[in-house]
Design a protein around this ligand. Structure first.
Ligand code: SF4
Ligand code: SF4
Length: 284
């Protein structure tokens, strides 16, 4: 089973919830794989202080043109919708940072002047802490292509473990890549007008993907009740509420988990897993 923790905006407590759920799940159910797909800023490893096992480089395939074969027909640049290969004075020039590795230009090149070469986009790091396998993707600085790296991290989901995905914030392509195969999504938000605005967008995406989902509200008591009213009106379950507790903010800024330091919250995280298990089992 794969559970994704997502949020319409950054800074809502998504990683706090993903890491604490991974800890409680490992204690209750055994092996857990935590996949940090927030590849521009993966920080689950700050809280899950595991031993680093290894790292792997992630490459994508990009085109390289053999000028001795190229007839300067322009078919490749006409094909590329990303403008990653363009004809400049007849000669095709590859802009590798814009290439989405679709392979199309290679296919349309009749004289076979294009072959594919590896282009590095980032790293995958592997950590282990007890029954938690933490796998995170780290996008190279300047690389705009996070979906292929997120896809590479997701391929490492455990076969017989609970998988928890810490998704990137927002509602664009990287988020969709991270959550599209999840069995259940927790949408994390805050009780503020901005929180509500971004939650509405995240709900729309989850509904379009036809996913089961619920809302977790962080810092309850710090804003107003609009998020609660929206969830009630839209019949969206609120699966977790974390109060506006200064101690939690202090733990976060010190790289510490709620579960290890504030045992009074343990039951709330345990109940999240129980509720999701019931929903998945009943196919609701
Ligand atoms: S499609 Fe092939 S032959 Fe035509 S311009 Fe591109 S690389 Fe050259
Ligand atoms: S592989 Fe696809 S995205 Fe990259 S240059 Fe070729 S057509 Fe464009």
């Amino acid at each position: 089973m794969t559970l994704a923790v997502a949020s319409g905006k950054g800074g809502t407590g998504k990683t706090t919830i993903a890491t604490n759920l991974a800890m409680v799940a490992a204690e209750k159910y055994g092996q857990v794989t935590l996949l940090d797909c927030d590849v521009e800023e993966p920080n689950s490893h700050i809280f899950i202080k595991g031993t680093k096992i290894k790292e792997e480089i992630v490459n994508i395939k990009i085109p390289e043109v053999d000028e001795s074969i190229c007839t300067e027909c322009g078919a490749c640049s006409n094909f590329c919708q990303y403008n990653a290969i363009m004809s400049l004075k007849g000669k095709p020039v590859v802009f590798k940072e814009m290439c989405h590795s679709c392979g199309g230009c290679t296919l349309v090149c009749q004289p076979k002047a294009i072959h594919e070469v590896d282009h590095r986009i980032g790293l995958i790091n592997f950590y282990s802490l007890g029954k938690i396998n933490l796998i995170d993707g780290l996008l190279d600085v300047g690389s705009p292509l996070s979906p292929p790296l997120i896809g590479a991290v997701k391929k490492l989901e455990g076969k017989d473990t609970l998988n928890i995905i810490d998704a990137p914030p927002g509602t664009s392509c990287p988020v969709i890549e991270a959550i599209k195969d999840a069995d259940y999504i927790i949408l994390v938000t805050e009780p503020t007008p901005f929180g509500l605005n971004d939650l509405v967008l995240a709900v729309e995406v989850s509904r379009k993907l036809n996913k089961k989902f619920a809302v977790a509200i962080n810092r309850v008591g710090s804003g107003d009740d609009r998020v609660h009213r929206y969830c009630k009106d839209e019949n969206i379950p609120i699966i977790l509420e974390i109060p506006d507790d200064r101690r939690i903010a202090e733990l976060y800024s010190n790289g510490k988990t709620i579960l290890d330091n504030l045992p009074e919250y343990r039951k709330s995280f345990e109940e999240v897993l129980t509720k999701i298990g019931v929903v998945i089992q009943n196919g609701q």
